[in-house]
Design a protein around this ligand. Sequence first.
Ligand SMILES: [Zn+2]
Length: 346
Amino acid sequence: MWSVIGQSQAVELLRYSLKSGRLAHAYLFVGQSNVGKMTLAINLAQALNCEREERPCGQCTACSRIATGKHADVQIIGRSSDTGSGESAPKKEISIAQIRELQQIASLQPYEGRHRVFIIDGAEYLNEESSNCLLNTLEEPPSLVIIVMLTIHDGRLLPTIVSRCQRVELFPVPTGIIEQELSEHQDVEPDKSRLLAKLSRGSIGWAISASQNDNLLQERYSKLSELQELSSASLEDRFSVASKLATQYSKSRESVESTLNLWLEWWRDLLLARAGQREYITNIDQEDAVVRYSEGYSLPEIRHSMEAIRSALEQLSQNANARLVLEVLMLSIPNRVEERIERHGA
Ligand SMILES: [Zn+2]
């Protein structure tokens, strides 16, 4: 059984390809983080190697070995999967050495299953050298080998790579499905399920992790309070936040993008509160703060802030200078009215 949740369209497509024997040699799974790309890739690897009729069964030896990362023919390649250094911090890129190793193994017959499956996690981190190296394999794919690339941004991949893959898009999982999964299968109480489903923005993996680990919610609160402090921060403080985010960006783009998306959502909530549509806000656990903050801004100011954050995200996705983009963003976030009154009155 396909264990990925809320991706019926993608599952249907893969199931049909398997059934009709029309599998691509390479797939590109595109979707936001924690939306189910890895789970779907593992499911596909299981379906290709499952020993039972209803594939993937999730229970046979092959399915279990793949799920636990022990199957010799299924490998995950990513920034943190280098050989045995034992370090946990992800590297900046997926190196050419990793791709050469993939090629070497890909030329061998499957060892215990029917297909070799390589899952490239974070394909946007392939550098030019490793992309070109991988391109050789995509142009002349060995038989019985399937490469599945996972990415948040297919726009950051070489077009020649993208054109050699079958693109499968994974959409944000609907809130209702996440809420149901949490309360019915993860043993989370209803109120918390509803909150986490709303906060997850369709990233079901985040919702499940957050239900098991309070740190994720704490981290979210501290990001939001930093944003709230910005509304009364000095120029100097704003630049220091920009600088901190820029440094963070050089290590992990996703974490900064997720912070900006969180900010965007906060401003959207302010807009909804200002427009009298409080029932639609996302940060339902912070409704009082949302209402209080929304009163400190005019509607055009709120829209302008949302626009500024969207534009920053857009520019970052086009590889603009992160520090510059973040500094401009910091200057675009308006002070709350009461802050301005205080400052002028002082
Ligand atoms: Zn199976």
